[in-house]
Design a protein around this ligand. Structure first.
Ligand SMILES: N[C@@H](CCC(=O)N[C@@H](CS)C(=O)NCC(=O)O)C(=O)O
Length: 311
């Protein structure tokens, strides 16, 4: 089935998945979504989750790029981005990059000169709306100040430069892995960030690796309108969750009413019946007036399940 990516051009996590789709040579459908709330078509599909990107396969909606990467690996197993000779290291490095490195690159790049570059040409109301949206999105999550973010980013770049001193092609050796895609999207964001991009100067080996990543491209995609994608979900049948595969945790049986929410930021809860509980994935079934009955999937790590309170 042709995967549908809901994304917008300037999103680093979307760039991770666009590059992965390019690497896997998968034809995909591109749905452009707003970068700030409201996102009525996204929320019709997810039930409340608002982060970017999401991946849609018919009436199955996949949230968070840790899970989306695994879904893409299943759709196109070869060449793998989870090479066995690297064991679990690739996933561990990817998780560090998707959290610590990302939350260093963002406050560093969005310092006033980078924010002005990102917003150039936008009216003051749009800039204010973006800043207010992101303040609400981050919630109470601690945020590095610019001097600490700058220093940390230099330390990380020094470490990546040192890693490449042995002439390796990819971060963990001779095969690209999910770690390359996760580290790449934050460096990509810094590189297109205007004046703050100067921090990358002098990192020759990191620059050469970045060019190799960029050369992968985004593969072939066709555009679809987001309302069409919602209608497509309503016409599709979701994959059948298997009660036999369900691991009981939290004392919750298959089909229990729950909410699932991210635990770091963008913690909007999604309500439905818990129908997937695997070691690395959880998911719920919900019915939406526009999208019909859909299964919304999340990675287990980074999300919490709560028993739904009776109305
Ligand atoms: N853990 C999430 C993080 C996604 C994320 O933080 N995405 C940013 C854009 S790169 C976002 O959602 N920004 C707010 C928005 O797009 O509404 C993932 O791996 O997908």
């Amino acid at each position: 089935m042709r995967p549908i990516l809901h994304h917008y051009p300037n999103s680093p996590f979307a760039e991770k998945i666009r590059t992965l789709l390019g690497f896997k040579k998968l034809d995909w459908t591109s749905v452009l979504i707003p970068s700030i709330m409201p996102k009525p078509d996204v929320v019709a599909l997810t039930g409340g989750y608002r982060k970017t990107p999401i991946l849609q396969l018919g009436a199955d909606i996949y949230c968070d790029t840790a899970l989306i990467a695994k879904v893409i690996e299943d759709l196109a197993p070869s060449p793998t981005v989870f090479p066995t000779e690297q064991g679990p290291l690739a996933s561990i490095l990817a998780q560090w990059a998707d959290s610590t490195l990302f939350w260093t690159a963002i406050p560093y790049t969005m310092q006033p000169s980078g924010f002005a570059h990102a917003m150039s040409g936008q009216p003051a109301e749009v800039q204010q709306a973006f800043a207010a949206d992101r303040a609400k999105f981050r919630g109470t999550m601690p945020r590095l100040r610019i001097p600490e973010a700058t220093h940390a980013l230099k330390v990380y770049l020094d470490q990546f430069e040192a890693l490449h001193a042995d002439g390796r092609t990819w971060l963990l050796g001779e095969s690209p892995s999910i770690a390359d895609f996760s580290v790449y999207h934050s460096i990509w964001f810094v590189a297109r960030g205007g004046p703050p991009a100067a921090i990358l100067e002098g990192y020759e080996r990191v620059g050469a690796w970045r060019s190799r990543m960029q050369a992968i491209g985004h593969g072939n995609s066709e555009r679809l309108d987001s309302a069409e994608a919602v209608a497509l979900a309503a016409r599709s049948t979701h994959a059948k969750p298997e009660p036999g595969e369900f691991i009981e945790t939290h004392g919750l049986a298959f089909g229990s009413p729950v909410t699932i929410a991210a635990i770091d930021y963008g913690c909007d809860p999604v309500a439905g019946e818990l129908v997937i509980s695997r070691p690395d994935e959880i998911g719920l079934l919900r019915t939406d007036p526009r999208a019909g009955t859909v299964v919304v999937h999340f990675p287990r790590i980074g999300f919490e399940i709560r028993k739904a309170e009776p109305a």
